[in-house]
Design a protein around this ligand. Structure first.
Ligand code: HGY
Ligand code: MN
Ligand code: MN
Length: 408
């Protein structure tokens, strides 16, 4: 039993219209109009396919296909449809459409699973518009309260709760998933490993730990001309010194540590005014929590010392923190068995990127399937994956789901 790739490709091209950028990428930020369009389109496909559709209080969308044993815990499969700004068309989308293609294929063959199957589209996986990331899966797994999630504000001051209401996806708590057999997610690797080794599939064993910090530095805004250098309290210079030390820290900590300063803004951000206030983020990741611990205390020391030298004040907020996640051995083995049965080339690996599977792993057994990223690129408009490998990935998802849900 193989999936129908051309059907999936057609749907992929339809969804790629919602939030399309001129250079062939996607800016489909969570709870935006483009997100609503993609959600509405996907819901209409689910209804056409005869699935029972429901939406929970985080705006997560579910499509349920009954099994012969309707009280058995469901096998949940899915991912997300929101993207980063000027992101790619594959991140999240192939997990959502791949899961849907599994259900469509079972419908084509008239196969009834024992356990029910449920598809899911998680809200705000990216954390690009509303920090932190994974608010939809984090709510249903108890990592965030509903008040916390609804109160998150974007850069224009709009709250998550208002925007969820506005796009018509503020559903009910009782629509959250019931007991689950397992959660499976197909995703592009978003890194260079599979392509470099010429492999088609990644059998994902877990996800590295990650922390997001927001650093705010206050100096004195002043005139760029008459203010003598020794009188300055320049928040931007302090930030610049810290940022270059944060890069060095990734080499000092080593063992796969990655650090990124992806967001930076300063006030008043005018060519002839000394910046009075500078804000930036630090994203730090490592497969081992103890290395992240070391990294956080090292960062705090660096910031304290440099701000003292520059005579500026500062504040550090921890925006988000998820420890390293190991997936369920039985589900990982099920995925590996499925790959081997189909004779695809593969390797076991850890995910460098975060996924809803991180939180789902806290409430149910989880497995993930990676397909290669072309050039290892992701979170950019040129993000892409080879369609023959995507087909393999969805076929593995199909076989794994059947093993976990059972067939009568
Ligand atoms: O940040 C991440 O790793 C994910 O893509 N949200
Ligand atoms: Mn993703
Ligand atoms: Mn992403």
């Amino acid at each position: 039993m193989d999936i129908n790739l051309s059907r999936m490709l057609e749907r992929f091209n339809t969804l790629a219209r919602f939030g399309a950028t001129e250079r062939g990428g996607l800016s489909r930020l969570a709870l935006s109009d483009a997100d609503k369009e993609a959600r509405d389109q996907f819901v209409s496909w689910l209804i056409e396919a005869g699935l029972a559709v429901r939406v929970d209080d985080a705006g997560n969308i579910y499509g349920r296909r009954e099994g012969t044993n309707s009280v058995a815990p469901a096998v949940l499969m899915g991912s997300h449809l929101d993207t980063v700004y000027k992101g790619g068309r594959f991140d999240g989308v192939i997990g959502v459409l791949g899961a849907f293609e599994v259900v469509e294929t079972l419908n084509d063959y008239g196969v009834q699973t024992r356990a029910p199957l449920e598809l899911v589209v998680f809200t705000n996986e990216e954390g690009a518009r509303f920090q932190p990331a994974l608010l939809g899966s984090g709510l249903i797994t108890g990592y965030f309260t509903r008040d916390f999630v609804y109160s998150r504000r974007d850069q224009d001051g709009k709250t998550f709760g208002e925007e969820l209401e506005r796009i018509g996806y503020k559903g009910k708590e009782e629509n959250r998933p019931g007991p689950l057999e397992a959660y499976l997610e197909l995703h592009v690797e978003q890194g260079p490993v599979l392509e470099a080794e010429g492999l088609s599939v990644g059998v994902v064993e877990g996800i590295q730990g990650m922390v997001w910090l927001k650093v705010t530095i206050w100096g004195d805004a002043d005139h760029a001309g008459p203010t003598p250098m020794e009188m300055r309290r320049d928040s931007m210079v302090a930030a610049a010194r810290i940022i270059s030390r944060v890069r060095e820290l990734s080499y000092q900590l080593g063992k796969g540590t990655v650090t990124t300063v992806g967001h930076l803004c300063l006030e008043p951000n005018i060519v002839n005014v000394i910046p009075g206030k500078t804000v930036f983020t630090i994203d730090m990741r490592n497969p081992r929590d103890e290395i992240i611990e070391q990294g956080i205390s090292a960062v705090k020391e660096i910031i304290a010392r440099i701000c003292e030298n520059e005579k500026v004040s500062y504040m550090i907020d921890e925006l988000w923190r998820v420890g390293a996640t190991s997936f369920d051995l039985r589900v990982v083995q099920t995925v590996e068995d499925s790959v081997r049965e189909r004779g695809y080339s593969y390797k076991r690996m850890i995910s460098g990127a975060g996924h809803d599977a991180q939180y789902m792993a806290r409430v149910t057994p989880v497995g993930m399937i990676f397909v290669p990223s072309i050039g290892g690129k992701s979170h950019t408009e040129e993000e892409a994956a080879p369609w023959d490998d995507i087909e393999r990935g969805v076929n593995v998802l199909l076989t794994s789901a059947l093993k976990l849900a059972g067939i009568d």
